[in-house]
Ligand binder design. Structure first.
Ligand code: B12
Ligand code: SF4
Length: 461
């Protein structure tokens, strides 16, 4: 039996607010490893006690705080990680890494190594797509690509158990074989395909207290059959549906053990399979303790039949990606919707009395100021109940990241602390000059803040 510490690195904590929910990936891995007899603790460094929340204009300013603190190893968040490492004394440390958290993941790895001499393994979306990047750090020993359920247990057996080290035998593993050459072992989908993943909420520990809202995040599937060009695909084109009975058990656990009465489904796109959607809606409708729920979907997936199912099962709101009001930009993104579809969806959502939030982006590489005006016009015309706005960021794993790299429109040495949806630091070469873009982005965020202020949308994520 090994002691395994899984760390979800800090991010929002540097800006003084708490990240919503809990880290699902590490919690799922914890459940898996505990099932193999290991002792596992998930340290969620981004969950702090704070009631602070920012609107978009404030986020743009707060982001500079993040940038100025994220590499400061004497910051309180890293000292807390150090304390956790010393207290728990793990045999192996795993660090989850999405691209926006790269600087904090690497600083967390350094903090670990400063305090205990144990192997550090990285996984998650960034680790999957750019393992070499993380393995360049002297503080990262191994990367597991794609699902940790494929082989983290096998690696732990070798690292902390009696088995001799034969990294070549571990699927999904990337490692430095001789100080110079990085080896990427082939991928296996061993446990992943069993569709039985389950998060161990009991293994979570954070600087802050968790409440029912934090625990209420749940997933019925992972992956998406669509191919939007900006979207990062950790598991390539896999779409994995979880067993319905497994979801049902988790909902009961949420109600009985965590006081949850509102569910936040975080599937990439809910409802791509209508009969599964019907099953899930039936489970929720039958559970008297659940007063409402929400999910993310697409305006073309949420047809009238789906909206009827959602509305009939206490779904209180949906979130959909619109991205842009410009037909040219939508085409470039391969979003497969038009502004007219958005207006049609708006009237259908109204007919079904289902409030909706629209995700939009500005700052796409070839976007012009006129395209951005079209976006603002579409918001006014379609009148969603809430607008979520972000600055386009090319994430590894997306087609657009590959394309921008090919075209030399991203710096050869990427500043990962600048690659974020709220960063006004230069990230890529846009059609709009950087200074002009900063002014436009500031105005657009102020417009969206004003729009949302007039809405009765009450949401934390
Ligand atoms: C839910 C979700 C959120 C929630 C997160 C809530 C929370 N507390 O975790 C919210 C809405 C807050 C969110 C925000 C953002 N998100 Co998000 N999110 C997701 C989503 C839909 C599901 C994540 C999840 O839980 N998956 C289920 C678990 C089981 O999978 P997993 O986390 O990947 O973990 C598995 C493996 O990666 C691996 N693994 C993970 N960690 C580790 C660690 C080790 C040691 C090992 C060995 C393996 C391993 O094994 C796990 C088990 O199989 C994913 C898309 C997706 N399908 O995964 C996007 C995704 C992770 N998000 C993404 C992005 C970009 C963002 C934002 C930047 C978006 C924005 N515009 O602001 C922010 C960043 C927030 C922040 N700073 O932390 C990208 C990341 C791309 C990248 N290259 O990093 C994704 C992949 C979406 C996409 N397709 O582009 N997100
Ligand atoms: S943006 Fe949404 S619909 Fe498009 S590929 Fe990603 S998850 Fe699917």
């Amino acid at each position: 039996m090994a002691r395994i510490l899984l760390i979800d690195p800090p991010f929002s904590a540097f800006m003084g607010f708490s990240r919503w929910f809990f880290p699902m990936g590490p919690a799922v891995l914890a459940n898996f490893l505990m099932g193999k007899g290991h002792e596992v603790l998930v340290y969620d460094a981004d969950h702090i006690d704070s009631d602070v929340s920012f609107n978009y204009s404030q986020m743009l300013r707060a982001f500079e705080d993040y940038r100025s603190h994220v590499n400061d190893l004497s910051h309180q968040v890293y000292r807390q990680i150090a304390d956790m490492v010393k207290d728990f004394a793990p045999d192996v440390v795993g660090i989850s890494c999405m691209s926006v958290k790269v600087p904090a993941a690497l600083a967390s790895a350094e903090t670990v190594k400063d305090n205990i001499d144990v192997p550090v393994v990285c996984g998650g979306p960034h680790a999957t797509k750019l393992p070499e990047h993380l393995l360049k750090s002297p503080y990262v020993n191994y990367v597991i690509r794609e699902s940790g359920l494929a082989s983290f247990d096998l690696l732990v057996d070798q690292l902390a158990g009696s088995e001799s080290m034969e990294p070549g035998k571990i699927p999904n593993l990337s490692y430095n074989s001789d100080g110079k050459n990085i080896v990427h072992n082939p991928v296996s989908h061993r446990e992943w395909e069993s569709m039985s993943w389950y998060p161990a909420r009991g293994a979570l520990k954070a600087p802050g207290q968790y409440g029912p809202h934090d625990m209420s995040m749940i997933m019925a599937s992972i992956g998406c059959p669509f191919e939007c060009q900006f979207c990062a695909r950790t598991f390539d084109d896999q779409l994995v549906h979880r067993r319905v009975e497994n979801i049902c058990t988790e909902i009961e656990e949420l109600v009985n053990n965590h006081g949850v009465d509102f569910l936040h489904f975080k599937d990439d796109t809910m409802g791509t399979n209508k009969s599964r959607l019907r099953d899930i809606c039936e489970i929720i409708a039958a559970n008297d303790a659940i007063s409402g729920w929400e999910c993310l979907t697409r305006i073309d997936v949420a047809d009238d039949e789906a909206l009827t199912l959602l509305k009939g099962s206490k779904c209180l709101r949906v979130k959909v990606g619109v991205e842009s009001g410009s037909p040219a930009v939508l085409k470039q993104l391969n979003k497969r919707i038009t502004p007219e579809d958005v207006i049609d969806f708006s009237s259908r959502a109204k007919k079904h009395d289902l409030p909706w939030s629209a995700f939009y982006m500005i700052g796409l590489p070839d976007e012009t100021p006129d395209d951005i005006l079209l976006t603002l016009n579409l918001i006014e015309k379609s009148r969603p109940n809430h607008v979520s706005m972000s600055i386009f960021t090319p994430y590894p794993g997306s087609h657009m990241y590959d394309q921008l790299m090919r075209e030399g429109r991203m710096p050869a040495e990427i500043d990962w602390s600048a690659l974020d949806p709220f960063s006004l630091a230069p990230q890529l070469e846009r059609a709009i000059a950087h200074d002009e873009f900063v002014n436009i982005a500031t105005e657009v965020m102020a417009f969206v803040d004003g729009y949302n202020q007039d809405s009765d949308w009450n949401d934390k994520a």
